[in-house]
Design a protein around this ligand. Structure first.
Ligand code: AFP
Length: 334
Protein backbone atom coordinates (compact mmCIF):
# COMPACT_ATOMS: atom_id res chain seq x y z
CA UNK A 1 0.00 0.00 0.00
CA UNK A 2 1.40 3.39 -0.91
CA UNK A 3 2.29 5.62 2.04
CA UNK A 4 -0.04 8.52 2.82
CA UNK A 5 1.74 11.85 3.21
CA UNK A 6 0.02 14.29 5.53
CA UNK A 7 0.21 18.06 5.10
CA UNK A 8 2.26 18.24 8.32
CA UNK A 9 4.82 15.79 6.97
CA UNK A 10 4.90 17.54 3.59
CA UNK A 11 5.59 20.88 5.25
CA UNK A 12 8.20 19.45 7.65
CA UNK A 13 9.99 17.94 4.65
CA UNK A 14 9.77 21.21 2.73
CA UNK A 15 11.40 22.85 5.72
CA UNK A 16 13.97 20.16 6.53
CA UNK A 17 14.97 18.53 3.30
CA UNK A 18 14.44 21.25 0.77
CA UNK A 19 14.98 24.27 3.01
CA UNK A 20 12.16 26.08 1.24
CA UNK A 21 10.24 27.32 4.20
CA UNK A 22 11.27 28.68 7.59
CA UNK A 23 9.68 27.13 10.71
CA UNK A 24 7.42 30.15 11.27
CA UNK A 25 5.96 29.86 7.79
CA UNK A 26 5.37 26.15 8.28
CA UNK A 27 3.50 26.93 11.49
CA UNK A 28 1.45 29.60 9.71
CA UNK A 29 0.41 27.17 6.96
CA UNK A 30 -0.52 24.48 9.46
CA UNK A 31 -2.66 26.95 11.37
CA UNK A 32 -4.42 28.09 8.19
CA UNK A 33 -5.06 24.41 7.33
CA UNK A 34 -6.53 23.86 10.80
CA UNK A 35 -8.84 26.82 10.28
CA UNK A 36 -9.86 25.32 6.92
CA UNK A 37 -10.93 22.13 8.71
CA UNK A 38 -13.10 24.09 11.13
CA UNK A 39 -14.69 26.12 8.35
CA UNK A 40 -15.27 22.96 6.32
CA UNK A 41 -17.16 21.38 9.24
CA UNK A 42 -19.27 24.50 9.65
CA UNK A 43 -20.04 24.74 5.92
CA UNK A 44 -20.99 21.04 5.88
CA UNK A 45 -23.53 21.50 8.67
CA UNK A 46 -25.49 23.93 6.49
CA UNK A 47 -29.03 24.54 7.66
CA UNK A 48 -28.52 22.13 10.60
CA UNK A 49 -25.88 24.47 12.04
CA UNK A 50 -28.06 27.56 11.56
CA UNK A 51 -25.27 29.14 9.51
CA UNK A 52 -26.99 29.78 6.20
CA UNK A 53 -28.44 33.09 5.05
CA UNK A 54 -27.48 36.73 5.22
CA UNK A 55 -25.99 38.48 8.25
CA UNK A 56 -27.76 41.80 7.49
CA UNK A 57 -24.40 43.61 7.38
CA UNK A 58 -22.27 44.95 4.54
CA UNK A 59 -18.52 44.64 4.02
CA UNK A 60 -16.22 47.47 2.87
CA UNK A 61 -17.05 46.71 -0.77
CA UNK A 62 -20.74 47.32 -0.09
CA UNK A 63 -21.59 43.62 -0.48
CA UNK A 64 -24.12 41.95 1.82
CA UNK A 65 -22.30 39.61 4.16
CA UNK A 66 -23.45 36.04 4.71
CA UNK A 67 -23.36 34.60 8.22
CA UNK A 68 -20.66 32.20 7.04
CA UNK A 69 -18.50 35.07 5.72
CA UNK A 70 -18.34 36.44 9.25
CA UNK A 71 -17.90 33.05 10.93
CA UNK A 72 -15.07 32.05 8.58
CA UNK A 73 -13.38 35.42 9.13
CA UNK A 74 -13.51 34.96 12.90
CA UNK A 75 -12.21 31.39 12.70
CA UNK A 76 -9.17 32.57 10.73
CA UNK A 77 -8.41 35.40 13.13
CA UNK A 78 -8.80 33.30 16.26
CA UNK A 79 -6.66 30.51 14.84
CA UNK A 80 -3.85 32.80 13.72
CA UNK A 81 -3.53 35.64 16.21
CA UNK A 82 -1.77 33.87 19.09
CA UNK A 83 0.87 31.72 17.34
CA UNK A 84 3.60 34.36 17.15
CA UNK A 85 4.06 33.90 13.40
CA UNK A 86 2.05 36.92 12.23
CA UNK A 87 2.33 40.69 12.49
CA UNK A 88 -1.11 41.42 11.02
CA UNK A 89 -3.94 40.13 8.86
CA UNK A 90 -6.20 41.64 6.21
CA UNK A 91 -9.46 40.24 4.92
CA UNK A 92 -12.17 40.92 2.37
CA UNK A 93 -14.54 41.14 5.31
CA UNK A 94 -12.63 43.78 7.33
CA UNK A 95 -12.32 47.46 6.42
CA UNK A 96 -8.78 47.80 7.72
CA UNK A 97 -5.93 45.55 8.81
CA UNK A 98 -6.08 43.47 12.01
CA UNK A 99 -2.88 43.90 13.98
CA UNK A 100 -1.92 41.01 16.28
CA UNK A 101 -2.84 42.19 19.81
CA UNK A 102 -0.03 43.19 22.17
CA UNK A 103 -0.70 40.26 24.49
CA UNK A 104 0.69 37.92 21.82
CA UNK A 105 4.17 37.86 20.28
CA UNK A 106 4.44 39.45 16.84
CA UNK A 107 5.89 37.50 13.92
CA UNK A 108 7.26 38.61 10.58
CA UNK A 109 4.43 37.50 8.28
CA UNK A 110 1.36 39.22 6.87
CA UNK A 111 -1.67 37.09 6.04
CA UNK A 112 -4.40 38.19 3.63
CA UNK A 113 -7.56 36.20 2.95
CA UNK A 114 -10.97 36.01 1.41
CA UNK A 115 -12.49 33.83 4.14
CA UNK A 116 -15.39 32.52 2.08
CA UNK A 117 -15.15 33.20 -1.63
CA UNK A 118 -18.32 32.59 -3.63
CA UNK A 119 -20.48 33.03 -0.58
CA UNK A 120 -23.60 33.71 -2.64
CA UNK A 121 -23.38 29.98 -3.49
CA UNK A 122 -23.58 28.84 0.14
CA UNK A 123 -27.32 28.75 0.40
CA UNK A 124 -27.68 26.67 -2.78
CA UNK A 125 -25.11 24.05 -1.72
CA UNK A 126 -22.55 24.83 -4.43
CA UNK A 127 -18.78 24.85 -3.79
CA UNK A 128 -17.32 27.81 -1.93
CA UNK A 129 -13.80 28.30 -0.63
CA UNK A 130 -11.14 30.23 1.21
CA UNK A 131 -8.26 32.00 -0.55
CA UNK A 132 -5.11 33.21 1.18
CA UNK A 133 -1.82 34.96 0.48
CA UNK A 134 1.26 35.39 2.67
CA UNK A 135 3.92 38.09 2.48
CA UNK A 136 6.80 39.16 4.71
CA UNK A 137 6.39 42.39 6.66
CA UNK A 138 8.96 44.95 5.50
CA UNK A 139 11.58 45.84 8.11
CA UNK A 140 10.75 48.59 10.57
CA UNK A 141 8.86 49.15 13.78
CA UNK A 142 5.13 48.55 13.98
CA UNK A 143 2.86 47.47 11.17
CA UNK A 144 0.59 49.48 8.91
CA UNK A 145 -1.61 49.04 5.85
CA UNK A 146 1.30 50.32 3.76
CA UNK A 147 3.25 47.14 4.66
CA UNK A 148 0.64 45.06 2.84
CA UNK A 149 0.90 47.02 -0.41
CA UNK A 150 3.42 44.76 -2.10
CA UNK A 151 3.02 43.25 -5.58
CA UNK A 152 2.01 39.59 -5.87
CA UNK A 153 5.52 38.59 -6.94
CA UNK A 154 6.52 39.14 -3.30
CA UNK A 155 4.23 36.37 -1.98
CA UNK A 156 5.98 33.62 -0.01
CA UNK A 157 2.98 31.29 0.20
CA UNK A 158 -0.49 31.20 -1.31
CA UNK A 159 -3.35 28.78 -1.51
CA UNK A 160 -7.02 28.06 -1.39
CA UNK A 161 -9.33 25.50 0.13
CA UNK A 162 -12.44 24.38 -1.78
CA UNK A 163 -15.39 23.26 0.31
CA UNK A 164 -17.10 21.10 -2.29
CA UNK A 165 -17.90 17.39 -2.65
CA UNK A 166 -14.41 17.03 -1.14
CA UNK A 167 -12.52 19.56 0.98
CA UNK A 168 -9.32 20.23 -0.93
CA UNK A 169 -6.40 22.44 0.04
CA UNK A 170 -4.12 23.64 -2.76
CA UNK A 171 -0.85 25.27 -1.86
CA UNK A 172 2.33 26.83 -3.20
CA UNK A 173 5.42 28.04 -1.41
CA UNK A 174 7.11 28.91 -4.70
CA UNK A 175 8.14 25.42 -5.70
CA UNK A 176 5.19 24.09 -7.68
CA UNK A 177 1.65 23.39 -6.58
CA UNK A 178 0.52 20.60 -4.28
CA UNK A 179 -3.00 19.44 -3.50
CA UNK A 180 -4.23 17.88 -0.27
CA UNK A 181 -7.60 16.23 0.34
CA UNK A 182 -9.20 16.24 3.77
CA UNK A 183 -9.52 12.74 5.22
CA UNK A 184 -12.50 13.27 7.52
CA UNK A 185 -11.94 10.07 9.52
CA UNK A 186 -8.31 10.96 10.25
CA UNK A 187 -8.98 14.68 10.48
CA UNK A 188 -5.92 15.44 8.37
CA UNK A 189 -5.10 16.75 4.92
CA UNK A 190 -3.44 14.08 2.77
CA UNK A 191 -1.26 14.81 -0.27
CA UNK A 192 -3.23 13.79 -3.37
CA UNK A 193 -1.38 15.59 -6.18
CA UNK A 194 2.07 17.11 -6.55
CA UNK A 195 3.47 19.34 -9.29
CA UNK A 196 0.05 20.17 -10.68
CA UNK A 197 0.28 21.47 -14.25
CA UNK A 198 -2.09 23.62 -16.28
CA UNK A 199 -1.91 22.57 -19.94
CA UNK A 200 -0.79 25.34 -22.32
CA UNK A 201 -3.87 24.97 -24.52
CA UNK A 202 -7.52 24.49 -23.73
CA UNK A 203 -11.00 24.34 -25.24
CA UNK A 204 -12.80 25.57 -22.14
CA UNK A 205 -13.41 29.10 -20.94
CA UNK A 206 -15.08 30.54 -17.83
CA UNK A 207 -16.77 33.93 -17.91
CA UNK A 208 -20.10 35.38 -16.83
CA UNK A 209 -21.69 35.67 -20.29
CA UNK A 210 -24.56 37.79 -19.00
CA UNK A 211 -22.15 40.75 -18.94
CA UNK A 212 -21.25 40.43 -22.62
CA UNK A 213 -22.76 43.77 -23.67
CA UNK A 214 -20.60 45.56 -21.07
CA UNK A 215 -17.21 44.08 -22.11
CA UNK A 216 -14.55 45.98 -24.00
CA UNK A 217 -13.40 45.06 -27.53
CA UNK A 218 -10.53 42.60 -26.79
CA UNK A 219 -12.70 40.43 -24.52
CA UNK A 220 -15.59 40.51 -27.03
CA UNK A 221 -13.19 39.49 -29.79
CA UNK A 222 -11.73 36.60 -27.76
CA UNK A 223 -15.09 35.16 -26.69
CA UNK A 224 -16.64 35.71 -30.09
CA UNK A 225 -13.87 33.68 -31.70
CA UNK A 226 -14.33 30.88 -29.13
CA UNK A 227 -18.07 30.82 -29.82
CA UNK A 228 -17.54 30.46 -33.57
CA UNK A 229 -15.97 27.08 -32.79
CA UNK A 230 -14.72 24.85 -35.56
CA UNK A 231 -16.03 27.15 -38.27
CA UNK A 232 -14.27 30.22 -36.83
CA UNK A 233 -10.64 31.42 -36.73
CA UNK A 234 -9.80 29.12 -33.80
CA UNK A 235 -10.78 26.02 -35.77
CA UNK A 236 -12.02 24.16 -32.70
CA UNK A 237 -15.13 24.01 -30.53
CA UNK A 238 -15.06 25.49 -27.03
CA UNK A 239 -16.99 24.53 -23.92
CA UNK A 240 -18.03 27.00 -21.19
CA UNK A 241 -18.25 26.63 -17.41
CA UNK A 242 -19.04 29.30 -14.78
CA UNK A 243 -19.54 28.26 -11.16
CA UNK A 244 -19.64 31.77 -9.71
CA UNK A 245 -17.08 30.81 -7.04
CA UNK A 246 -13.59 31.74 -8.19
CA UNK A 247 -12.09 28.94 -6.08
CA UNK A 248 -14.18 26.31 -7.86
CA UNK A 249 -13.48 27.72 -11.33
CA UNK A 250 -9.74 28.01 -10.64
CA UNK A 251 -9.66 24.53 -9.14
CA UNK A 252 -11.16 23.11 -12.33
CA UNK A 253 -8.55 24.98 -14.39
CA UNK A 254 -5.69 23.70 -12.22
CA UNK A 255 -7.06 20.19 -12.58
CA UNK A 256 -7.87 20.03 -16.30
CA UNK A 257 -6.93 23.38 -17.87
CA UNK A 258 -9.07 26.25 -19.09
CA UNK A 259 -9.12 30.01 -18.92
CA UNK A 260 -10.90 32.21 -16.36
CA UNK A 261 -11.94 35.75 -17.26
CA UNK A 262 -13.34 38.43 -14.99
CA UNK A 263 -12.61 41.55 -17.03
CA UNK A 264 -13.20 45.22 -16.43
CA UNK A 265 -16.62 46.11 -17.78
CA UNK A 266 -18.78 49.16 -18.32
CA UNK A 267 -21.13 48.51 -15.39
CA UNK A 268 -18.64 50.10 -13.01
CA UNK A 269 -16.29 51.74 -15.47
CA UNK A 270 -14.44 53.67 -12.75
CA UNK A 271 -13.25 50.38 -11.16
CA UNK A 272 -10.55 48.19 -12.76
CA UNK A 273 -12.63 45.03 -12.23
CA UNK A 274 -14.76 43.14 -9.72
CA UNK A 275 -12.22 40.83 -8.13
CA UNK A 276 -9.81 41.90 -5.43
CA UNK A 277 -6.07 41.97 -6.09
CA UNK A 278 -4.57 41.19 -2.71
CA UNK A 279 -6.54 38.15 -1.57
CA UNK A 280 -8.09 36.83 -4.79
CA UNK A 281 -6.13 37.64 -7.95
CA UNK A 282 -2.60 37.55 -6.46
CA UNK A 283 -2.80 34.15 -4.73
CA UNK A 284 -4.73 32.56 -7.61
CA UNK A 285 -2.40 34.16 -10.15
CA UNK A 286 0.69 32.83 -8.40
CA UNK A 287 -0.77 29.32 -8.04
CA UNK A 288 -1.62 29.25 -11.75
CA UNK A 289 1.86 30.52 -12.72
CA UNK A 290 3.49 27.98 -10.42
CA UNK A 291 1.53 25.33 -12.34
CA UNK A 292 2.85 26.60 -15.68
CA UNK A 293 -0.13 28.81 -16.58
CA UNK A 294 -0.33 32.60 -16.85
CA UNK A 295 -2.19 35.39 -15.04
CA UNK A 296 -2.72 38.80 -16.59
CA UNK A 297 -4.80 41.94 -16.28
CA UNK A 298 -4.78 42.06 -20.09
CA UNK A 299 -2.11 44.74 -19.93
CA UNK A 300 0.44 43.33 -17.48
CA UNK A 301 1.14 40.31 -15.30
CA UNK A 302 -1.17 40.32 -12.29
CA UNK A 303 1.82 39.59 -10.08
CA UNK A 304 3.52 42.83 -11.16
CA UNK A 305 0.62 45.12 -10.24
CA UNK A 306 1.72 47.57 -7.55
CA UNK A 307 -1.25 47.87 -5.17
CA UNK A 308 -2.24 51.31 -3.94
CA UNK A 309 -4.87 50.19 -1.43
CA UNK A 310 -5.82 47.09 0.53
CA UNK A 311 -9.10 46.34 -1.23
CA UNK A 312 -7.85 47.18 -4.71
CA UNK A 313 -9.75 45.60 -7.60
CA UNK A 314 -8.29 44.22 -10.78
CA UNK A 315 -9.21 42.75 -14.15
CA UNK A 316 -8.37 39.02 -14.20
CA UNK A 317 -7.44 36.60 -16.99
CA UNK A 318 -5.76 33.40 -15.83
CA UNK A 319 -5.24 29.80 -16.81
CA UNK A 320 -3.80 28.03 -19.84
CA UNK A 321 -0.81 30.05 -21.00
CA UNK A 322 -1.51 30.29 -24.72
CA UNK A 323 -5.06 31.54 -24.11
CA UNK A 324 -4.00 34.19 -21.58
CA UNK A 325 -1.23 35.35 -23.94
CA UNK A 326 -3.76 35.54 -26.77
CA UNK A 327 -6.05 37.77 -24.69
CA UNK A 328 -3.08 40.02 -23.77
CA UNK A 329 -2.23 40.22 -27.49
CA UNK A 330 -5.79 41.27 -28.32
CA UNK A 331 -5.42 44.06 -25.74
CA UNK A 332 -2.13 45.24 -27.24
CA UNK A 333 -3.68 45.19 -30.75
CA UNK A 334 -6.84 47.06 -29.70
P1 AFP B 1 -19.38 36.32 -3.83
O1 AFP B 1 -18.33 35.91 -2.81
O2 AFP B 1 -20.05 37.62 -3.50
O3 AFP B 1 -20.34 35.21 -4.12
O4 AFP B 1 -18.58 36.65 -5.18
C1 AFP B 1 -17.82 35.64 -5.77
C2 AFP B 1 -16.84 36.24 -6.69
O5 AFP B 1 -16.05 37.21 -6.04
C3 AFP B 1 -15.94 35.18 -7.35
O6 AFP B 1 -15.70 34.09 -6.51
C4 AFP B 1 -16.68 34.80 -8.59
O7 AFP B 1 -15.83 34.34 -9.60
C5 AFP B 1 -17.36 36.08 -8.98
O8 AFP B 1 -17.50 36.86 -7.78
C6 AFP B 1 -18.72 35.86 -9.57
O9 AFP B 1 -19.24 37.08 -9.95
P2 AFP B 1 -20.61 37.22 -10.76
O10 AFP B 1 -21.72 36.91 -9.79
O11 AFP B 1 -20.62 38.62 -11.24
O12 AFP B 1 -20.59 36.22 -11.88
Amino acid sequence: MSKKISLTRYLVEQQRIDGHIPAQLRLLLEVVARACKRISLTVNKGALGGVLGAAETENIQGEMQKKLDIIANEVLIEANEWGGHLAAMASEEMDSIYIVPNRYPQGEYLLMFDPLDGSSNIDVNVSVGLIFSVMVKPEGAGVSEQDFLQPGNQQVAAGYCVFGPQTTLVLTVGDGVAMFTLDREQGSFILTAENMRVPNDTQEFAINMSNMRHWDAPVKRYIDECLQGQEGPRGKDFNMRWVGSMVADVHRILTRGGVFLYPWDKRESDKPGKLRLMYEANPMGWLIEQAGGAASTGKQSILDVQPTKLHERVSVFLGSKNEVERIARYYSEA
